[in-house]
Every structure is written in C-alpha cells, then in structure tokens.
Design a binder for this molecule. Structure first.
Ligand SMILES: NC(=O)c1ccc[n+]([C@@H]2O[C@H](COP(=O)([O-])OP(=O)(O)OC[C@H]3O[C@@H](n4cnc5c(N)ncnc54)[C@H](O)[C@@H]3O)[C@@H](O)[C@H]2O)c1
Length: 243
C-alpha cells in the first residue's frame, strides 16, 4: 500500500461504511485523519453537516489553526434515495442534490486554500451512477453525474498550482453496507435478500464490493504514487461498466 506518512486528510461521512474504511486505511498508511460526520464522538473529530457552509468554515478554520494545511480531502458523505423521475418529489430531489453535490462543492471550495499550501489530493465519492443512468435512482444519478464533472473542473483549476492540487472521483458499484441495505429494503416493499442477489448478479465479478476495496483505491489516489492522475473518474465496480 502507498505511503501516506504525515499526510493530513480530512474525511466527511467518516462514520459510514466507506468513510470509516477510508479513515482506517489512511491511518494504517501513516496518515493523520481528521474524521467528520453529522455527529462528533466515537472516533469522529468534528460534527460537520456537509450542506452547512458555516460548518465548513468552522472546521476548516480549526484545521488551519491546528495543522496549517491539508494534504488530502475525501468527500465521502452521501445519501441514496430510491425513486424514478415519476416517483421522486422535489423535496427529495433537493435533499439528495444538497448532500451529494452541494456538500462536495462546499468541501472542495473550503478545503482548497489549505490544500493549495503544499499541494494535495481530493477524492470525491461519485458512483457508477455518475457514469451511467439508473431508472429508479433519478436524484442520486444526477447528483453523482454532477460530482464527476465538478471533479474535472476542480482538477483543472488545481493543475494550475505548483505543486498541484489533484482531484479525482472514485466510482464504486454496489458496496456492502447501510446504503445498499437501504436501497435493497426499498421502503420495506421488497425482499432485501433477493435485491442483494440481483445487484450481485448484475456485476461480472458476481458479488458486491467491500468498503476496504474502495479505501485502498482512495489511499492510492491520495498518495504521491498517483502524482500524474487528476480529473479522472475511476470505476471500482467488478466490471459493471465494462459492458
Ligand atoms: N455503498 C455503495 O454501494 C456506494 C456505491 C457508490 C458510491 N457510494 C458513495 O460512497 C459514499 C459513502 O457511502 P457509504 O456506503 O459509506 O454510505 P453510508 O450510508 O454507510 O455512510 C454515509 C455517511 O454519510 C453521512 N452523512 C449523511 N448526510 C450527511 C451530511 N449532511 N453531512 C455529513 N455527513 C452526512 C452519514 O451520517 C453516514 O455516516 C457516498 O457518497 C455514496 O454515495 C456508495
């Protein structure tokens, strides 16, 4: 695994399946994790609602005071709500876009001055549904498409600095954890086990991914080993988007 010794990495959604796996992997590679989620405590350093501009201002000010810089940012906070265009109400649309897309925008924006100090790396959690559509996750798909293209804009801006601020999106297919459990439950109307199996059957490697597998990719993108990779959408999907 690549070395992250002494790299200071802020992670949102760090209490979640993927965020907590990333926090563990960054620490294991020698990095200094600043973990954030909706509530502090239990290994979470800062309460940070990614949709709240004032929270970003407070947390990045605290990071500036304690560390003086950031070397990495992982925007992992996110929600998925099942619903086609016909079944998604406007309030749900706005909530999903607010957390997944506004939250990523605010994270990139407020962390950028700290990342610019010595160069750094942003990893945004997009999804395979930022690359291809899904009929029954209309708001989620739109939010992740936005994350993937915001990533390219941030990357092109970050490339103008020396050392650069790199920015990449990781695009997982279904990863075991609460989010897929919620999608599988689908409001309690479907058999979650059968939905899990169907999701796995759609993947050429015939299984769901593991949070630790996504974390390994994030560690690589945060590290200096990935120094020529920026503006990329990196699928981690068991071959789902290969066909
Ligand atoms: N699980 C998957 O199959 C999958 C696939 C592709 C992409 N992703 C993306 O990966 C990221 C992490 O997903 P996960 O599986 O760990 O989900 P999860 O539900 O396990 O964790 C999400 C975390 O985000 C936090 N969160 C929600 N709203 C927030 C807000 N307003 N401010 C701050 N934190 C908030 C939650 O408290 C939770 O800890 C998400 O962006 C998700 O869209 C997940």
């Amino acid at each position: 695994m690549p070395d992250l010794k002494d790299k200071i990495v802020l992670i949102t959604g760090a209490a979640g399946a993927i965020g907590s796996a990333i926090a563990a992997a960054v620490k294991a590679q020698g990095g200094v994790v600043i973990a954030s989620d909706l509530k502090a405590g239990n290994g979470i350093d800062h309460a940070l609602d990614v949709t709240a501009e004032a929270d970003w201002q407070r947390v990045t000010a605290a990071v500036a005071q304690t560390h003086g810089r950031l070397d990495g940012l992982v925007n992992a906070a996110g929600i998925a709500v099942v619903g086609s265009i016909e079944k998604t109400d406007f309030a749900t649309w706005r909530r999903v876009l607010s957390i997944n897309l506004d939250g990523t925008f605010l994270g990139c924006k407020y962390s950028f001055p700290l990342l610019r100090k010595k160069g750094g790396s942003i990893v945004n959690l997009s999804s395979v549904l930022g690359l291809v559509g899904s009929s029954n996750l209309a708001a989620y798909t739109a939010s992740k498409g936005g994350v993937s293209l915001l990533t390219k804009s941030v990357a092109l801006n970050g490339a103008r600095y020396k050392p650069p601020v790199r920015c990449n999106a990781v695009c997982p297919a279904f990863i075991a954890g609460a989010m897929v459990d919620d999608i599988a439950a689908g409001g309690g109307k479907r058999d979650p086990q059968a939905v899990h199996q169907k999701l796995a059957n759609d993947i050429p490697l015939a299984r769901l991914g593991e949070p630790a597998e996504v974390a390994s990719l994030c560690v690589y993108l945060l590290s200096d080993e990935a120094s020529f990779i920026t503006g990329a959408d990196v699928p981690i999907d068991g071959g789902l988007t290969a066909r």
